[in-house]
Design a protein. Structure first.
Length: 141
């Protein structure tokens, strides 16, 4: 067995050390996919609200009111699921518990506020229709 002499000159003393690629854990990759799907879902609901809102403004038909109301409900549920995170903590000394709500995505929260401001007229119309429906039900019973 021969042993070779190996010298490193000071001129070429740099050694490249390659780090192995860090693979994403299952939960990280699942969260990435989940966030991507959530953003797509929110965008889809947002476009649906705008389209139905235009139809509602033009026709003011009851079927458009119901569709508009359902679209807003789906959008808000999606936003709440994606934007806010709740944390429940139990108190050690008493039977009370504390819930904290954290804003996960401030941009989405601001977008939701602007959507609600832009769609205020249509939401007011729906509110009035709901009030009238409530009065009609009260008269019927």
């Amino acid at each position: 067995m021969k042993i070779r002499e190996f010298k490193i000159s000071s001129e070429n003393s740099s050694i490249d050390i390659k780090k192995p690629k860090q693979s994403l854990s299952f939960s990280d990759s699942f969260n990435k996919v989940s966030i991507s799907k959530s953003k797509e879902e929110v965008d889809r609901y947002l476009n649906q609200i705008k389209d139905i809102g235009k139809d509602l403004a033009n026709t003011r038909g009851y079927s458009h009111v119901i569709r508009y109301k359902q679209a807003i409900q789906k959008y808000l549920k999606s936003v709440v699921d994606y934007t806010y995170e709740t944390d429940k903590k139990d108190s050690f000394w008493s039977n009370n518990y504390f819930k904290t709500v954290k804003v996960v995505d401030e941009k989405l929260e601001n977008l939701t506020k602007s959507v609600l401001e832009n769609e205020k007229d249509n939401i007011d119309i729906i509110s009035e229709i709901d009030n009238i429906n409530g009065l009609l039900i009260d008269l019927y019973s």
